[in-house]
Design a protein around this ligand. Structure first.
Ligand code: G
Ligand code: G
Ligand code: MN
Ligand code: NA
Length: 253
């Protein structure tokens, strides 16, 4: 209850911020994108992780104003970086299922892209499999409206949810994100068998794949050997502040 009360005023008190985790191409190791990740620092409660407060935001509809704030902040920031560095990096934003279902979402995204003059192809939205299960036709039409703007769509946490393979056939995703779950223990346990299977499946379907949570050189080499296109993880970079991300993309020529 305390969390909910504090979360209600987090936006007006300016307590929310975004950090950006670089995404790297496997072949060249070049940064081509970042994922925007939400952070909340509250005067009374201190730093609270999104795993704690996103569920509260979702159960109270606060996720709508918060989600809109994240979209606006990420779009505004990415346009600033584009102007300041002349480098075309994609910014990826996580969408809550509740946010995704709102009929005005495509309009909101379109308005923000126009407001900041941000090229649509430099925005990606990440959705989870759960979105597709409940109402497949509704989800498909919403996805098509978002894609019609030129915005990219990634499927996040792949393999942890419902993972019906028919979603890969029925939806036109730009990128599949293999969940950290299938990478984190490599080379222990299953020796990456599930990650390998996902990579093969994606290759058959002509889908780009990004591996999340790559922490070691062994994990990176494994992904490289198995045809993974891109990686995101502590082996390369942790989530960074606005300034640190800008420094990084400026120094890498
Ligand atoms: O770094 P990490 O602790 O940021 O994120 C934890 C979880 O919170 C992840 O599942 C991530 O997808 C989610 N998350 C982070 N930022 C956002 C956001 O802006 N919106 C939504 N809906 N989820 C987010
Ligand atoms: O669920 P989603 O993929 O949106 O969230 C990404 C989460 O994974 C964030 O909490 C982010 O901080 C975390 N993350 C990214 N890279 C790594 C990594 O290499 N190791 C660990 N432990 N977490 C990571
Ligand atoms: Mn994500
Ligand atoms: Na994930």
């Amino acid at each position: 209850l305390k969390l909910e009360t504090e979360l209600r005023s987090a936006l007006e008190k300016n307590e929310l911020s975004l950090v950006y985790q670089p995404q790297v191409q496997v072949g060249t190791r070049a940064i081509f994108a970042s994922e925007a990740l939400l952070r909340w620092h509250n005067g009374n409660l201190g730093q609270i992780s999104p795993d704690q407060f996103i569920p509260v935001a979702e159960s109270t509809e606060l996720i709508i104003p918060i989600g809109n704030w994240v979209l606006e902040e990420a779009i505004k920031q990415n346009k600033k970086w584009l102007d300041r560095t002349n480098k075309k990096n994609v910014v990826a934003v996580n969408l809550s299922p509740i946010q995704f279902k709102k009929s005005d979402l495509p309009q909101i995204i379109e308005t923000l892209l126009k407001k900041y003059e941000m090229p649509a192809e430099l925005l990606e939205v990440e959705i989870t499999e759960g979105i597709l299960v409940e109402n497949m036709e509704g989800a498909r039409s919403q996805l098509e409206k978002i894609k019609a703007l030129g915005v990219k769509v990634a499927i996040d946490d792949f393999g942890t949810g419902y993972s019906s393979l028919k979603y890969l056939r029925n939806f036109n995703f730009d990128r599949l994100k293999i969940d950290r779950e299938f990478i984190k223990d490599y080379p222990a346990n299953d020796n990456g068998k599930i990650a390998k299977a996902i990579l093969n499946l994606a290759k058959q379907m002509d889908l780009k794949v990004i591996a999340e949570g790559v922490e070691t050189i062994e994990q990176f080499e494994f992904m490289k050997e198995n045809g993974c296109d891109e990686v995101q993880g502590y082996y390369f970079h942790k989530p960074l502040s606005v300034d640190d991300f800008e420094k990084l993309i400026t120094e890498k020529v």
